[in-house]
Design a protein around this ligand. Structure first.
Ligand SMILES: *Cc1c(COP(=O)(O)O)cnc(C)c1O
Length: 417
């Protein structure tokens, strides 16, 4: 069966409730096929405008007086994200990095019951998650039970559940696998944790802005970044959530003044705020927060259901194209084949993936390369055009057919996140 045509791509771009959303992002080069939105989402026009206003008016003119409202931004941006995470107002803060937030939550989870001597994590999870879990375990003298991942399907949900018993403080795993985009079924780990009195912490960095989430129904703690499918900008601050009936029993290992009740009374003792703001540390980066705010607003305006529908349509379209144009050239699909089992990108393996990635950039396509052999096509639910996917795959097929990836001079190594 022939794959989708360019005309079909154009027709899909004109259809659907979110057809107008790609025009709400800055497109500096209309010919570029940008397929790396799962590393850095495109810039929302509204974010560029907001940043200009904040720089000129709030920083340039109002100066320190702007802190009267800047100080609320970690919670305000969290409230904007809340509907995308399926949680209530006041349950989320946005600050610092995923790494820092994860570190604080894992320590806090361990403090709840110091008798629990083990952590459960996934052996091939995103590097920072593995490093943080191993680091906390080392600092506290705990064991880590590493559950193996699988190259395409991610960790086996039953294996994750089987690692949990009464000695486990917290299970840490990504809801969407950063390599293959496999969506993990959270239910078995959650049921095992409930039975054993352990907590479950989800890293939703590749899930938020793609899948509708109901955090309260699937876990106790969660973190995620905002610069991928949430279009928050380079280095945008991350979000943190804790179950509302649990959060006030958690203590951040960083006793910072932005977590302090009556902050400007500057009291002698640390007295953390109720709610997730107890995980704030120091002065937040305002420019990063306002950019993240606009990205979150855009995704929230689209709504989690329509976002997922367009994500599924892009994924189905990209897979059909890959099967038609790339598999015959030696690529193999390295993501789950069912759209519902995938997050926001499609992974393809090829023995020369790094060289293909470099040649693709020279041909006006930006995919993502994951050495040694993965090419990931990022499909931003709101920003990616179907025709961009079509053109990108077409150019990759053409350059591989012509052997251009074998001629190229070696460029700089591909980017890491
Ligand atoms: C992108 C990503 C991160 C990023 O962490 P930072 O500390 O914000 O750099 C963490 N975990 C996962 C699973 C990611 O995909």
């Amino acid at each position: 069966m022939a794959g989708p045509s360019r005309a079909e791509a154009l027709a899909l771009d004109a259809a659907g409730p979110l057809a107008g959303f790609p025009a709400r992002f800055v497109v500096a080069d209309a010919a570029l096929a940008y397929l790396d939105g799962h590393s850095l989402g495109r810039l929302p026009i509204a974010a560029a405008e907001r940043l200009r206003r904040v720089v000129d008016d709030e920083w340039g003119c109002a100066l320190v007086r702007s802190w009267e409202h800047w100080i609320d931004l970690p919670g305000v941006v969290g409230d904007t994200l809340a509907p995308l995470l399926g949680v209530g107002a006041g349950e989320v803060i946005v600050a610092d990095s995923v790494t820092a937030n994860l570190h604080r939550l894992v320590h806090a989870a361990c403090d709840l019951d110091p008798g629990r001597r083990a952590l459960v994590a996934v052996a091939d999870d995103f590097p920072t998650d593995r490093y943080v879990v191993a680091g906390v375990a080392r600092d506290r003298g705990l064991d880590v039970r590493w559950v193996p991942g699988r190259p395409v399907d991610g960790p086996d949900p039953e294996a994750l559940a089987a690692a949990v018993d009464g000695d486990v403080a917290v299970v840490v795993a990504s809801l969407v696998d950063f390599r293959s985009a496999a969506v993990l079924d959270p239910a078995p780990a959650l049921a095992a944790a409930r039975a054993a009195g352990a907590l479950v912490l989800w890293d939703c960095s590749h899930a938020a802005g793609v899948l509708p989430l109901e955090l309260g129904a699937i876990g106790d703690l969660a973190v995620g970044c905002t610069y991928k499918h949430l279009h928050g900008g380079p280095g945008a601050p991350a979000w943190l959530w804790a179950r509302p009936d649990l959060v006030d029993r958690l203590r951040s290992p960083v006793a910072g003044w932005f977590a302090q009740r009556d902050q400007f009374a500057m009291g002698a003792e640390h007295d953390p705020l109720p709610g997730p703001r107890r995980f704030l540390a120091g002065t937040p980066g305002v420019l990063g927060l306002v950019a993240a705010h606009e990205g979150a607003r855009l995704v929230a305006a689209a709504g989690p259901g329509p976002v997922r529908d367009r994500s599924l349509a892009l994924g189905t379209f990209a897979l059909a194209l890959a099967d038609d144009r790339l598999v015959p050239l030696g690529f193999a699909v390295a993501s789950p084949r069912h759209a519902e089992h995938r997050g926001g990108h499609l992974a393809l393996s090829h023995p020369d993936a790094p060289a293909v990635g470099r040649a693709a950039r020279a041909a006006g396509v930006v995919p993502d390369v994951r050495p040694p052999d993965l090419l990931r096509l990022g499909l931003s639910p709101l920003a990616t055009r179907f025709v961009e996917v079509w053109d990108g795959v077409d150019r990759i097929a053409a350059l591989v057919t012509a052997g251009r990836h074998r001629q190229g001079t070696p460029g700089p190594p591909p980017r890491l996140t």
